[in-house]
Design a binder for this molecule. Structure first.
Ligand code: PEP
Ligand code: MN
Length: 275
């Protein structure tokens, strides 16, 4: 059976040429699996630099860290804002790795664009059309997370907004969807990886950290994602997850991340990729 998506999804659908998003020396959507790692939130300069140095030493190709955090409750840590962006950029410069960070509102796109190499649109904002239109006009790639309960067509339609705005550099990120399953935070829908490869030309990254919400499940699902054909991984890493201001229970310790990178190698090779 051929999987067909709506013919109204034009730019985000399958095209002759696969999209390869180039960020400095890093190509997303090419032979190498791109591992993006770092804390959920940028909490301090010390924390961010420590994580950045360690994930770089383990082989990460990019670093992440949230400065603007979409939290369920207004009382939770909301991120350091511009200060966080500056710290993240410093960590990127020191390690010479590109940085990914979330932008939550159209009015912050300008400032985030100044400091970040890739702009992340969070799951909760996947259908924030004002934000999608705004990042359609930036000259930096966009990592578009799948909405918490978005179908693949809704997700590709969101990508279409960015592409139609003139920004051709969109990376899709599967980060788990809501199901009745309660023992994990979300259900990581890995079948979308080969599915998207059939219906779209955009690169696909998988986030097993949010996709499971459980530290012990992150590495097995990261390997499964690579086996399924993912072009990259987004992994949360924290030096002391017990003290993390957000998403500690799903964050790998630096040593666990190092082990994961070693374990990913043979998986990548088995499917004709490298790390
Ligand atoms: C994050 O990457 O820390 C994040 C908030 O992700 P999501 O939007 O997928 O929940
Ligand atoms: Mn997080």
């Amino acid at each position: 059976m051929t999987i067909r998506i709506s013919s109204r999804i034009k730019l985000a659908s399958n095209r002759e040429k696969k999209t390869i998003v180039q960020v400095g020396d890093v190509s997303i959507g090419a032979e190498k699996v791109v591992v993006i790692a770092g804390p959920c939130s940028v909490e301090s300069r010390e924390q961010m630099l420590e994580v950045a140095r360690s994930v770089k030493a383990s082989g990460a190709a990019m670093i992440r860290g949230g400065a603007y955090k979409p939290r369920t409750l207004p009382y939770s840590f909301q991120g350091l804002g511009v200060e966080g962006l500056k710290i993240l950029a410093e960590a990127g410069e020191e390690t010479r790795l590109p940085v990914v960070t979330e932008v939550m509102s159209p009015e912050n796109v300008g400032i985030v664009e100044e400091y970040a190499d890739i702009l992340q649109i969070g799951a909760r904002n996947m259908q924030n059309y004002a934000l999608l239109k705004r990042v359609g006009r930036v000259s930096k790639p966009v990592l578009l997370k799948r909405g918490l309960s978005a179908t693949v067509e809704e997700w590709l339609s969101a990508a279409e907004y960015v592409l139609a705005g003139g920004n051709e550099e969109v990376i899709l990120c599967e980060r788990g969807i809501r199901t009745y399953q309660k023992l994990t935070r979300f259900t990581l829908d890995l079948s979308v990886v080969p599915l998207l490869k059939q219906v779209s030309s955009l690169p696909v990254v998988v986030d097993p950290s949010h996709g499971t919400g459980v530290r012990s499940l992150v590495s097995p699902m990261a390997k499964a994602a690579v086996a399924a054909g993912a072009d990259g991984l987004l992994i949360e890493v924290h030096p002391t997850p017990e003290e993390a201001k957000s998403d500690g229970p799903q964050s790998l310790r630096p040593s666990e991340f190092r082990q994961l990178m070693v374990g990913l190698n043979p998986v990548a090779q088995a499917v004709g990729r490298s790390l």
